[in-house]
Design a protein around this ligand. Structure first.
Ligand code: ADP
Length: 549
């Protein structure tokens, strides 16, 4: 037991223990009054009290036979009782010198007995006291009764403290859950609805916590019919497996609104890990869900719009291809006829006046260009439609190159360009001779077109592994690295080609690429501005498609 006042540390701990009971200056309570009555009755004393010894004063929680509620601690016998572990008894305070000035004597009392109130941690916080104005003693039974009453009083103090702590905890919990932006609930394991819901559930759903708690089928009833089976199954699974659950569902609120709930629940376990109940948190997810749904709807609409647009573009593209093919075809017939008649007239050129002959030769060249353009357009349209026809046969690239170079010689001469061919007799490839001729014509005419007078164009054939290699090299304008990326796109022309007004349509290289692709080959370009250009075409000797047959 601690002896108060002697040791400041002990006294401080004792006072702290007393304050923890939060009893000083509290209103009277029946249970303590009853204990005091019992003490007086059992001990035959007119006065009894439960005295609590504070720092400076003695305060009476319950009393009988006295009017005052507190008195100074100094020279108080109740305070002195704290230094004893059992009943402290003064038979006649008047005859004892040291008690002459005590509060007991001053108040006219002579007999005092006090049994200390010892807390479970061993702190003496007060005493159950009985007093009389005449000197006397207590029997053994009376002392026992005083001891028992002190234990009871202490028990009541403890009870008071625990229930106060509990109600504080309850108050804190309530304050906390009411602040939360959603409803907290607990659900007994195996149950189909919660047994406790925090008040905010009413704000979310219109139904009070009480309504949620009172009916075991409540949850199932307010669940949106489309979500009911899925959600009840998920909860049944969580109850069975003790797995946590995160689920979204709709509730039909009291006013008929649809409320989206985000529910997160887990099984709560006791200290030994034994599952106790399910506890969860229901948050209102309506606005988030509405945003999500709106976003999805907008996305679906945008997707639909894009699809319709793509369909429209595709059909426009098809129409354009068909139109180009039709027009090209329809143009070719009259152009071929014009050219035929022109040839007939020019065959007898001597009979024509000089200027008429020159005019007709200009018409002839332009008809040639038109025919060329029309057949390029037709070819592109056919390639797009996958209708490009090929006539597969063995092709001797060496002689084909020689033939094309020869055909381009007049144009090279007119442009003041040296056109040479370096041909290594390569073995034949399987391909379409007319198309490869077209490929060579395009590359060679480009090389001549984009090389200033005095320059050189060299065409070579070689072989590398399984492929024949055709190179068309020129010492001309060259192409920037940036523009090389777009070179094979239809209608693409470099800036210098446009600036220098070099004739062309931007179709040639896309046709070359289509022909190379059809042969299972590759084409690459090596060029630098002002330093010339080399186109390198690899054509496999045997087409892959044919090999696999
Ligand atoms: P076109 O020659 O009718 O313009 P092409 O498709 O054959 O169309 O070529 C596309 C563009 O590529 C040309 O306009 C030109 O700008 C560039 N080009 C092609 N070949 C060469 C080359 N040998 N040297 C420089 N530029 C070239």
């Amino acid at each position: 037991m601690t002896t108060a006042a002697n040791d400041p540390e002990v006294e401080a701990a004792r006072l702290e223990a007393l304050l923890r009971y939060r009893i000083l200056d509290s209103p009277p309570e029946q249970v303590f009054d009853d204990l005091v009555d019992l003490a007086a009755t059992v001990c035959y004393t007119p006065v009894a009290a439960i005295a609590l010894v504070a720092e400076q004063r003695v305060w009476l929680k319950a009393k009988r036979g006295v009017a005052f509620s507190e008195f100074p601690r100094d020279s108080s016998l109740a305070a002195e009782a704290l230094q004893h572990s059992d009943v402290f008894l003064v038979r006649d305070a008047v005859i004892e010198e040291r008690y002459r000035d005590s509060a007991v004597v001053v108040a006219g009392f002579r007999f005092f007995a006090g049994m200390p109130l010892i807390s479970p941690e061993g702190h003496a916080v007060g005493a159950v006291c009985v007093l009389d104005k005449r000197p006397r003693d207590l029997s053994g039974e009376q002392k026992d009764a005083l001891r028992a009453l002190a234990r009871q009083a202490m028990g009541q103090l403890e009870l008071r403290r625990v229930s106060e702590a509990e109600s504080l905890a309850r108050y804190r919990f309530r304050a906390l859950v009411e602040q939360l932006p959603g409803g907290v609930y607990t659900e007994d394991l195996g149950a189909s609805s919660g047994s406790y819901f925090s008040p905010p559930i009413e704000k979310m759903t219109g139904y009070s916590a009480h309504e949620w708690e009172s009916d075991p089928d409540f949850f199932s009833r307010v669940l949106h019919p489309d979500d009911r089976d899925r959600v009840l199954d998920a909860f049944a699974h969580a109850h069975e497996t003790y797995e946590s659950i995160q689920i979204e569902y709709r509730i039909i609120a009291k006013d008929g609104r649809v409320v989206w709930i985000q529910d997160d629940a887990a099984v709560a376990r006791d200290d030994e890990g034994k599952p106790m109940h399910l506890q969860g948190f229901m948050a209102d997810a309506t606005s988030r869900k509405q945003n999500e749904l709106q976003l999805l709807e907008e996305r679906a609409k945008a997707f639909e719009r894009e699809r319709a647009q793509n369909d429209r573009l595709r059909s426009l593209d098809r129409m354009k291809d068909e139109f180009v093919a039709l027009v090209s075809h329809e143009l070719r017939t009259p152009l071929t006829s014009i050219r035929g008649y022109l040839e007939l007239v020019l065959d007898d050129a001597e009979q024509l006046a000089t200027d008429h002959r020159e005019f007709l030769q200009i018409v002839d060249r332009n008809v040639d260009r038109l025919l060329h353009l029309v057949s390029d357009l037709l070819l592109v349209a056919q390639a797009d439609a996958g209708k490009l026809m090929f006539d597969w046969a063995e092709v001797d690239l060496g002689s084909l190159v020689a033939h094309c170079v020869q055909a381009a010689q007049p144009a090279a001469e007119r442009a003041g360009i040296e056109l040479v061919t370096v041909s290594d007799a390569s073995r034949p490839i399987v391909g379409d001779s007319a198309r490869i001729g077209q490929l060579l014509d395009n590359l060679i005419s480009n090389a001549i077109k984009f090389t200033p007078g005095g320059g050189l164009v060299a065409v070579s054939v070689d072989s590398s592994g399984d492929s024949a290699v055709i190179e068309v090299r020129d010492s001309g304008l060259g192409i920037s690295a940036e523009e090389q990326k777009q070179l094979f796109e239809r209608f693409f022309r470099t800036r210098s080609a446009t600036e220098l007004a070099i004739a062309g349509t931007g179709l040639g290289l896309s046709i070359v690429k289509a022909i190379v692709d059809a042969h299972g080959g590759t084409i690459s370009v090596d060029s630098a501005e002002g330093k010339g250009t080399t186109f390198r075409v690899l054509l496999p000797f045997v087409r892959a498609a044919l090999v696999t047959i």
